[in-house]
Design a protein around this ligand. Structure first.
Ligand SMILES: *Cc1c(COP(=O)(O)O)cnc(C)c1O
Length: 399
């Protein structure tokens, strides 16, 4: 067989990402440096990943220290770091049990599996359908693309996994109409991230919880993006004082070390007996060491309130920009340091213009621009960010 050669200068990577030529070699706090030493202000944190910024000295130390001792043992053995991280997660949230994964999609998959297995173990194996919402994002596995139901993510990957009932608009009536004796759970992001920073109101989330109680369903929150302090609460749903049954986490948990988690109440998690689920890498000593240090920092008594303070300040600054550029910004959205701008002209143009100002932001659906800075950003850096954004908006005006 003859191999087809890549053209000279053609990348050996698959073409599934639309990347720019920007490449970074180093990071520090909210700053990223390219190989020429040019400094970019990172208001994206990967995509809501580097919650304590780049190369946080304490995390570097923990990683190096654990790296010199032990990387991997497998889940055949007790992993002390995993025990400790699970203990802290349960002490700090609604949850009583934790399963560790390597990514957001795996955490959502785990929640879906537990919801089905829970009813199976109660002798109701046909209760396996899950209600989910159009415009959500839950990952790229076969299960999670079916759960989110986006045509673009599903196209060409059929047959689509069955078992999801999609709700088109955020209305409690539509949800109640979709519930049947086959429904086992409702899956939702309290703040939709990829969907364009759509914050679901506490009354809507409480309404979902009430429906779950009325029909004995499980409530699953996908907090892969909104969790780990991002919204100004450790988990975004905590603001609304609602208790879910399952929560999926990842992104901010490891500050860039790939680790995710599925949190559950004991009542629900009891169905996960030996052999039901597993992961080779999930909860490895390295990831757990870094995640433990990350959340210890985020859970410090004053840290979450500083996120709320900085978020309010940032939102105010963005609203000022909205008033100056009404032809470009329609709305400022979000909570804490999970913010979004609903744009009028094409969001990707503005993002390109921001890159010219050495400012990094992320696009979101329905022509939004996401602002997800490290949670450690200072007030001064927020001002620097808005100054650069203003310059980019002025450039756009002159086009
Ligand atoms: C990013 C994201 C995921 C998927 O996470 P991966 O680590 O890319 O698998 C799932 N749900 C939400 C809400 C996300 O933002």
């Amino acid at each position: 067989m003859t191999k087809i050669k890549n053209r000279p200068n053609e990348t050996s990577l698959m073409g599934n990402y639309s990347r720019t030529d920007l490449a970074f070699v180093r990071g520090k706090g909210v700053w990223l440096f390219d190989k020429k030493g040019k400094m970019f202000l990172d208001l994206a944190s990967g995509i809501a990943v580097n919650s304590l910024g780049h190369s946080h000295p304490k995390l570097v130390k923990v990683l190096a220290n654990q790296g010199s001792k032990l990387w991997h043992t497998s889940n055949l053995y007790t992993v002390p770091n995993q025990e400790e991280l699970a203990k802290l997660l349960t002490e700090s949230t609604f949850a009583e049990k934790v399963f560790f994964t390597n990514s957001g999609a795996e955490s959502v998959e785990c929640a879906i599996k537990i919801a089905r297995r829970f009813f199976f173990s109660k002798g109701q194996p046909n209760r396996n359908r899950i209600i989910s919402f159009q415009g959500s994002f839950h990952g790229r596995t076969m299960g999670t693309i079916a759960a989110a139901g986006s045509r673009k993510s599903l196209e060409g990957f059929g047959p689509k996994l069955p078992g999801f009932d999609l709700i088109k608009k955020l209305s409690l009536d539509s949800v109640e109409k979709k519930i049947s004796e086959r429904t086992c759970a409702i899956l939702v992001e309290p703040i939709m991230g990829e969907g364009g920073i759509v914050t679901l109101s506490c009354s809507f989330l409480k309404g979902l919880k009430d429906l779950c109680e009325k029909y004995k369903l499980l409530l699953i929150f996908d907090e892969v993006q909104s969790g780990i302090g991002r919204s100004g609460h450790f988990l975004a749903h905590e603001k609304c004082e609602i208790t879910p049954d399952l929560v999926a986490l990842a992104k901010g948990l490891g500050n860039g070390f790939p680790i995710g988690a599925c949190l559950a109440t004991k009542k629900v998690a009891d169905c996960m007996v030996p052999g039901t689920h597993g992961s080779t890498y999930g909860g490895n000593p390295l990831g757990c060491a870094v995640a433990l240090e990350t959340i210890k920092h985020i859970l410090k008594p004053k840290f979450l309130s500083t996120i709320r303070g900085k978020g309010d300040f940032f939102k105010h600054k963005l609203n000022v920009l909205k008033d100056i550029f009404p032809e470009q910004i329609l709305e400022v959205r979000g909570r804490g340091l999970m913010l979004g701008l609903k744009c009028i002209s094409k969001n990707t143009h503005l993002i390109d213009m921001c890159r010219k100002e050495k400012l990094l932001l992320v696009p979101g659906a329905s022509n939004t621009l996401r602002i997800l800075p490290p949670l450690t950003i200072t007030y001064k850096e927020i001002e620097e960010g808005t100054t650069r954004l203003k310059k980019a908006l002025l450039q756009m005006r002159q086009l």
